[in-house]
Design a binder for this molecule. Structure first.
Ligand code: UTP
Length: 303
């Protein structure tokens, strides 16, 4: 029986270059999608997956993230006095219990692998989730919930993937899948619909050389042995300590499965991705969908 996944690491210490200048004074993951910060959706997805402790990897100038997830007595008292119970409930919705969130300074943005390594003492010796908060997932159950269900089935390490748009595999980290070797038992064909044994990963393969069309979409379940690998790992592509390099080493010792999840991902670290997320999430909201549709149609007709 595999150990339960109780903790999730959310690295948010990157520069957010692609959404500057907005991300200059507001951490990019606090930018809004409709009326909530991106992080609100991702933390909600983590909690729905049974995560009990969130570990943020933060950089300088990101204190607003801690404040967002803390109580706000003045705002709450004012809403209470005005009888605005619905807004009050909405404001309180993201709050976890004291002690269920940790904030770790990365001190220098040396890469995603380095960011994850910074969580080693808080994670300890248990499997854990990694969620790249820029990647907002519209899915039911949530993306991480689907990964946890896959982990409960096969254990080991899980990487959530999805098909890349036609002709765009050279922009992503792409997985290679096993043809032989079982899913959960030896001797099978290594394929089980959307959950397949992984044999490798390649960053941005030139078109025509990609081992599959499935890209790594920002949710992982990893075993704690990744930390000792990351501790001594040399810098890789872009001079950064890459998580994919660490996973490739771990894959020589442990099982990895790729889960093709059921849902849609929006890359909110990118201007158009953030715009698409805003439109899509507004259209999904029962209280806003009609008005949003009318406003979008009017804008398009006005062109
Ligand atoms: P990205 O490369 O997508 O984010 O990293 P970024 O660096 O903020 O974006 P650009 O390229 O400058 O626009 C994926 C996630 O990993 C975090 C980022 O904050 C993002 O959530 N990250 C990346 C760190 O926490 N530390 C790092 O050293 C690098």
């Amino acid at each position: 029986m595999s150990k339960r996944v109780r903790k999730a690491v959310l690295p948010v210490a990157g520069m957010g270059t692609r959404v500057l200048p907005g991300a200059k004074t507001t951490p990019k993951n606090l930018l809004n999608v409709v009326d909530r910060p991106i992080l609100s959706y991702v933390v909600e997805e983590a909690r729905a997956a049974g995560i009990e402790h969130i570990v943020f990897i933060v950089g300088r100038g990101q204190g607003a993230i801690e404040d967002y997830f803390d109580a706000s007595p003045e705002i709450e008292a004012a809403l209470e006095a005005k009888g605005k119970a619905d807004i009050l409930a909405d404001v309180r919705r993201d709050l976890m219990q004291p002690g269920q969130m940790s904030f770790i300074r990365q001190m220098a943005p040396l890469g995603l692998g380095h960011a994850i390594w910074c969580a080693r003492d808080v994670i300890g010796d248990e499997p854990f989730a990694v969620m790249l908060p820029d990647m907002l997932m519209a899915a039911e159950p949530g993306g991480l919930g689907q990964a946890v269900a896959a982990y409960d089935k096969v254990g080991g390490n899980i990487v959530v993937v999805e098909p890349a748009p036609q002709g765009e595999t050279d922009r992503y980290g792409i997985v290679a899948l096993g043809q032989k070797g079982a899913l959960g038992q030896k001797g099978g064909d290594g394929r089980d619909g959307r959950l397949n044994r992984m044999t490798g990963m390649v960053e941005k393969p030139p078109l025509g050389t990609e081992p599959s069309n499935l890209f790594i979409s920002g949710r992982y379940i990893l075993q704690p042995e990744i930390f000792e690998i990351l501790a001594t790992q040399p810098r890789g592509a872009g001079g950064e300590i890459q998580l994919t390099d660490g996973m490739a080493t771990l894959m020589t010792r442990q099982d990895f499965h790729a889960l093709e999840y059921d849902g849609t991902t929006y890359d909110c670290g990118d201007k158009i991705g953030l715009l698409r997320a805003n439109v899509a999430f507004a259209l999904r909201r029962p209280d806003l969908a009609d008005e949003a549709r009318t406003a979008i149609k009017a804008l398009l007709q006005g062109q």
